[in-house]
Design a binder for this molecule. Structure first.
Ligand code: T46
Length: 132
């Protein structure tokens, strides 16, 4: 089973430009508690390198692109996120790394929980022993 669960959101673009709608209770398989975005990432920077015990998220590149690596402790899969209509669903207990951000990349994330540092697993070996 793939780790790369993509949710396709309606593309309401027309001749004036792009529009993507995201509706809670319809397109999102969890209650949304937080939204954040990552922008102006410096060239060559990689981010992530952690998993979450409970948090579920959907990541969108609303502009530009970046690459996600997802890892369940047994296998790693890579995806270029480069379409604002496509959301990458990241379940709990999945290690993630992000890299190859384009200069214009804006990565928006919809999250199932408020921020909690205690939900993070930042040590890969600890993650593998908990996940497998
Ligand atoms: C994830 C990937 C896709 C907060 O205080 N509130 C927040 O909502 C977030 C997201 C972060 N922070 C603090 C925690 C750290 O001190 O901001 C700092 C940077 O966060 P972090 O190093 O975790 O950022 P990334 O880019 O490595 O990971 C982020 C999310 O944290 C993470 O949940 O899945 O984006």
């Amino acid at each position: 089973m793939t780790l790369l669960n993509i949710i396709n959101f309606p593309d309401l673009s027309d001749e004036r430009g792009g529009l993507v709608a995201i509706e809670t209770g319809k397109d999102i398989p969890f209650k949304v508690e937080r939204v954040y975005f990552i922008h102006s990432t410096q060239t060559g920077v990689s981010r992530g390198f952690h998993a979450h015990k409970k948090l579920k998220q959907i990541a969108f590149c609303v502009k530009g692109s970046c690459e996600f690596i997802l890892d369940d402790g047994k296998k790693r899969e890579t995806l270029a996120l480069d379409n604002p209509c496509k959301g990458l669903l990241i379940e709990s207990m999945i290690w993630r790394e992000m890299r190859n951000f384009t200069d214009d990349c804006v990565l928006m994330v919809i999250a199932s929980e408020h921020f909690s540092e205690s939900d993070y697993i930042r040590d890969y070996d600890q993650f593998v022993s908990l996940a497998t």
